[in-house]
Design a protein around this ligand. Structure first.
Ligand code: SAH
Length: 237
């Protein structure tokens, strides 16, 4: 049996509401999943939990959904952020997809000295996150702020949130041993790693905890996934 479709929507969700189906979602339900009017699906919007709904109508391009009953209450995931340097296409999408699945609340692209890739497509990153959230049964989307220089992204940093900076070949403390309970963030560098002066500057910031992920040099996306998994495990969720 095919899994029930699960969609993120913007509209408020409450029993009986009829909500519009934008063109891309109408197309997906009708032509990709081959659903018909009356078919059941699940909806979430990041605020109102998860709801069962059915397809009320298909128009030429759009359509609408009828919201039935709540299936899960809104619950937020662990308070974990991932900061990452953009890397080349494909691997970048992997980071966003896996970080979403692993429950990151914010996925923050930052420019570092050695970034080869110096721009990202925000709509595409959001689409990756949305698809991953729909698939993995999250009840919210991660926030993805616009790409910013590392220095400005760390400008107004909340002091109570340690930033675990992943440094290879630095004899830094293993992340698994460094984790303290509470809000946290992980920073992973680009393919070329952090520049030495950048790593020094980072190490001097009061909220930074330099950490290692073992003796092997991981690709950036592997480091992000492994680091988030450790943080997630430590958070108990
Ligand atoms: N080109 C660099 C490696 C960069 S790996 C070199 O050969 O030295 C890309 C990023 O992944 C790094 O900036 C770091 O944040 C993270 N990373 C990879 N392996 C790591 C490890 N063993 N410990 C900690 N961080 C690691």
């Amino acid at each position: 049996m095919a899994a029930t479709a699960r969609l993120h929507v913007e509209a408020a969700l409450n029993a009986g509401a009829e909500i519009p189906l934008p063109e891309d979602q109408a197309h997906y339900l009708r032509h990709v999943l081959r659903q018909e009017v009356g078919a059941q699906l699940l909806l979430f919007n990041g605020r109102d939990g998860e709801w069962q709904a059915e397809i009320a109508r298909f128009g030429k391009r759009d359509g609408s959904l009828r919201v039935r009953e709540q299936t899960r209450r809104q619950q937020n995931g662990p308070d974990l952020w991932l900061l990452f340097a953009p890397i080349r296409q494909g691997r970048l999408e992997t980071i966003v997809e896996k970080a979403t699945e692993l429950g990151a609340a914010r996925i923050i692209p930052v420019l570092t000295r050695r970034c080869q890739v110096r721009q990202v497509n925000p709509a595409r990153l959001l689409a990756n996150a949305r698809e991953a959230a729909e698939q993995c049964e999250r009840l919210d989307l991660p926030e993805i702020p616009p790409l910013a220089e590392l220095q400005s992204a760390l400008g107004a940093w909340p002091e109570d949130r340690p930033l675990y900076v992943c440094l290879e070949r630095a004899q830094a403390r293993p992340l698994a041993e460094a984790i303290t309970p509470g809000p946290a963030a992980l920073l992973v560098g680009p393919e070329g790693g952090f520049a030495p002066e950048e790593a020094n500057w980072l190490a001097g910031l009061p909220f930074v905890v330099p950490v290692g992920l073992g003796p092997r040099i991981l690709r950036a996306e592997t480091a992000a996934i492994a680091g988030l998994a450790l943080l997630m495990a430590a958070s108990g969720r």
